[in-house]
Design a protein around this ligand. Structure first.
Ligand code: ADP
Ligand code: GN1
Ligand code: MG
Length: 362
């Protein structure tokens, strides 16, 4: 074990009882480890990716505030706050994070045991559950004091801003990759109109900002292993003021895809309309009452825009030399961008069906 990690582990109780330490999970951003203590149990340890989160201490303030707010709410609602929300584990000095000698920020959470974390949906019931969980998450935080939250990544879901970055990456082309991905680039350039939809709706006050999760991938929910019900929303790094349709849309992008986000065989990729319907029902049963008519009727566009935004982020990162998203193989970000392209094309073909489904809830 590296000495830098030992330094961190010693900040938490029970170092002498530590019997196992391993890398864990499939996140693209942070380094996640599972620690197993003899006779005590497990905890999750994470090193925050500071090249992405420039102000990790502010991020940790957000998480400390949000998790204690959620804990109180869940307790009041008669739920189990040890399993239905993440809980930060304090260091021996009573801090909610530890800054190591290299300036990296580490945090520990209770490990939520007997859960399943899915990379792909196995049935519509599960995806309904995931819709309900993300909708309910927005509901639980509806009266959270927004002004206390720092915007940890500026313009995180500002698609117009993402588009500007994408064009700059194409212009820079540091590795000469642009010539091989012209078709993919054109796909996105030809659909620039998508980048404006939500900024315009916000500017016209048709929709409003709420406290949202902003990274609503299926693998950011833990399901109870026995009941198969969605139990806990995790990965709270990007909680910020945001648009409901983006939480909705990012879930559809990842979970209503018939294939994986990085599936190289594009014949397996496409929108599963039955899953779209199941998620919509769950999400709107949980938070529909707090959305206005326009916020509901624009939800399906959130799915297209989130897929578009992620697509330009993956392709831009491929062109820039894979600097942002963790990759596990050559062309990984390009494969991810191609699945987003296939998915957008499929959503465009099914747009009328998607529209009809969300309109049922107005
Ligand atoms: P990233 O930001 O890199 O996606 P996450 O916080 O989502 O990191 O964690 C990565 C993975 O680790 C999750 O998808 C999940 O499988 C697992 N995980 C994270 N926190 C917990 C926890 N408290 N209990 C159980 N599993 C967890
Ligand atoms: C990242 O952290 P993770 O793996 O849940 C990314 C999301 C992307 C997603 C694509 C902070 O999410 O915005 O949609 O990868 N998170 C950040 O899979 O950039
Ligand atoms: Mg994650």
């Amino acid at each position: 074990m590296k000495s830098s990690i030992i330094e961190v582990l010693q900040q938490y109780d029970n170092f002498a009882e530590l019997k196992e330490f391993s890398e864990y999970g499939n996140g693209h951003i942070n380094d996640t480890y599972l620690l197993d203590y003899e006779g005590i149990g497990k905890i999750i340890l994470q090193k925050i990716n500071k090249s992405i989160f420039k102000e990790p201490k502010k991020l940790m303030e957000n998480i400390a505030l949000v998790t204690s707010f959620l804990r109180d709410k869940i307790e009041k609602n008669g739920g189990d706050p040890d399993r239905e929300t993440l809980n930060l584990i304090k260091t021996k000095d009573g801090q909610s994070f530890y800054e190591d000698s290299k300036g990296d920020i580490w945090r520990a959470y209770n490990f939520i045991s007997d859960t399943i974390c899915y990379e792909q949906v196995t049935n519509a019931k599960e995806f309904y559950e995931s819709g309900f969980a993300f909708g309910n998450f927005q509901n639980l935080l509806a009266d959270f004091p927004v002004n206390k939250l720092s915007e940890v990544i500026k313009n995180f879901h500002n698609t117009e801003d993402r588009f500007v970055t994408f064009k700059a990456q194409i212009n820079e082309d540091p590795l000469g990759r642009v010539k091989d991905v012209k078709e993919e680039i054109d796909f996105f350039l030809n659909r620039e109109e998508y980048t404006h939809i939500f900024n315009r709706a916000l500017a016209n006050n048709e929709i409003s900002l709420k406290v949202t999760h902003n990274d609503t991938k299926l693998n950011n929910i833990l399901f109870d292993k026995d009941t198969k019900k969605a139990l806990c929303v995790i990965d709270l790094d990007t909680i910020m003021p945001g648009v409901a349709a983006f939480d909705f849309g990012d879930s559809i992008r990842f979970g209503a895809n018939k294939g994986l986000e990085d599936e190289p065989d594009l014949s397996k990729v496409g929108l599963d309309i039955e899953l779209f319907e199941a998620f919509t029902r769950g999400f709107l049963e949980a938070c529909g009452k707090s959305l206005n008519k326009r916020e509901i009727e624009i939800l399906h566009m959130g799915a297209i825009v989130m897929t578009y935004e992620c697509g330009i982020r993956f392709l831009g990162d491929y062109i820039a030399g894979d600097k942002y998203f963790k990759i596990a193989r050559e062309n990984h970000n390009l494969d991810r961008a191609r699945t987003q392209i296939k998915l957008i094309s499929d959503m465009e073909e099914h747009i009328e069906e998607m529209k009809k489904i969300v309109e049922k809830y107005i």
